[in-house]
Design a protein around this ligand. Structure first.
Ligand SMILES: Cc1ncc(COP(=O)(O)O)c(C=O)c1O
Length: 280
C-alpha cells in the first residue's frame, strides 16, 4: 500500500474505525497524490513563474480560445477554458453544501463533508462502488431499480445486488426491507436508497421515511455497520401532501455511529454535474 494511503487510513481509523471497516480494498488503497505533480502545481500557482503546466494564452494573458465557442458562454474565460482544478471549484463545492442545508432544514447543525464533485450522478454511484464495494459484498437495493446500478456496482466492482420488495399494497414494504437488512451474520451492510424511485416514481410518506430511519438505526444498534448510498437524482420532485420533503440523508447523516450516509445528488436533470457527500 502506498504510504500516502496508509497515512490517510490512520487518520480515518482515528476518527472512525467504522468508516475504515466500511471501505473496500480499493477504497483503503486510494489517495490524493499530494506529494506529486498536483502538489507541485499547487505550489507553482503561487509563484511568479509557473512552468509546470502547458497552457496556450493570448497576448493579454487570458486563455487562448476559439471565438466561436467563447461568444456562446457568458462566463469569464479563465473559468471555462483552463484545466479544471483536480479537486473541483472550492467556491461551487461550498455553495452546494450550503444548498443541501437550505433544502433540508432539519439538518441544521449536523456536520457533513464538503461535497466532492463527480461527472454527474452515475459517476458518483460508480465512485461509491469504488470506495465501498468489494466482490465479496452485496448491495441491498429495491426490486425496482435503475438498471445502471448493475453496471456500476456489479459489472465494475463485482458486488451482487440483493433486492428487497419495494411495495406492499399501496405503500412501501417496510417488512421486506427490514428482513433483508438484518438477514445473515452481524457485519457490513451496503444499502442503496433511491427516492423518488426510478422506475416507480414513488416517494415515501413522511411516516414511511421515519419508519425506514428507525429500521436502519435499530439494525445499526444491533452491531451492523451500514453504508447508505443515497441516490437523490430526483430529489425535490415531490408534489403530493404527506410525502417526505427532505432527503432521508437528513435523518441519517448524523443518525448513528455505525451508519455512514453518502448523499449522491446534483442538478443533472437540468445540467450535467454531480456531487458526492459523505458523513458519519
Ligand atoms: C435513479 C437514477 N440515478 C441516477 C441517474 C443518473 O443521473 P446522471 O444523468 O446525473 O448520471 C439516473 C438517470 O436517469 C437515475 O434515474
Amino acid at each position: 500500500m502506498n504510504p500516502q494511503a496508509e497515512e490517510l487510513n490512520k487518520i480515518i481509523q482515528e476518527k472512525s474505525s467504522v468508516v475504515f471497516e466500511l471501505l473496500s480494498k480499493r477504497g483503503k488503497e486510494i489517495y490524493f497524490p499530494k506529494k506529486g505533480i498536483l502538489a507541485q502545481s499547487a505550489e507553482a500557482g503561487k509563484a511568479r513563474i509557473n512552468a509546470t503546466i502547458g497552457t496556450a494564452i493570448e497576448d493579454d494573458g487570458s486563455p487562448m480560445r476559439l471565438e466561436s465557442i467563447a461568444t456562446k458562454v457568458n462566463l469569464k474565460p479563465e473559468k471555462i477554458f483552463l484545466y479544471a482544478p483536480s479537486y473541483g471549484r472550492p467556491d461551487i463545492r461550498a455553495e452546494w453544501k450550503k444548498m443541501i442545508y437550505k433544502k433540508n432544514p432539519s439538518m441544521t447543525g449536523a456536520e457533513i463533508s464538503l461535497p466532492v464533485v463527480t461527472n454527474a450522478l452515475t459517476h458518483g454511484i460508480s465512485m461509491s462502488g469504488y470506495m465501498f464495494c468489494d466482490a465479496t459484498d452485496q448491495v441491498i437495493v429495491p426490486d425496482l431499480f435503475w438498471e445502471n446500478y448493475t453496471l456500476t456496482l456489479t459489472n465494475a466492482y463485482g458486488s451482487q445486488l440483493k433486492p428487497y420488495k419495494l411495495f406492499k399494497n399501496d405503500g412501501l414494504d417496510l417488512g421486506s426491507f427490514e428482513q433483508t437488512l438484518n438477514e445473515g451474520a452481524i457485519g457490513k451492510r451496503i444499502v442503496l436508497l433511491n427516492f423518488p424511485n426510478n422506475p416507480a416514481g414513488y416517494t415515501p410518506t413522511k411516516i414511511e421515511q421515519d419508519e425506514l430511519v428507525k429500521i436502519i438505526k435499530a439494525s445499526a444498534e444491533k452491531g451492523n455497520k451500514i453504508v447508505l448510498l443515497i441516490d437523490d437524482a430526483y430529489f425535490g420532485l415531490g408534489y403530493e401532501a404527506g410525502i417526505a420533503t427532505e432527503s432521508i440523508f437528513s435523518a441519517l447523516c448524523a443518525g448513528h455511529e455505525n451508519v455512514l450516509a453518502v448523499k449522491i445528488d446534483g442538478p443533472t436533470k437540468k445540467i450535467t454535474f454531480g456531487v458526492f457527500v459523505w458523513v458519519l
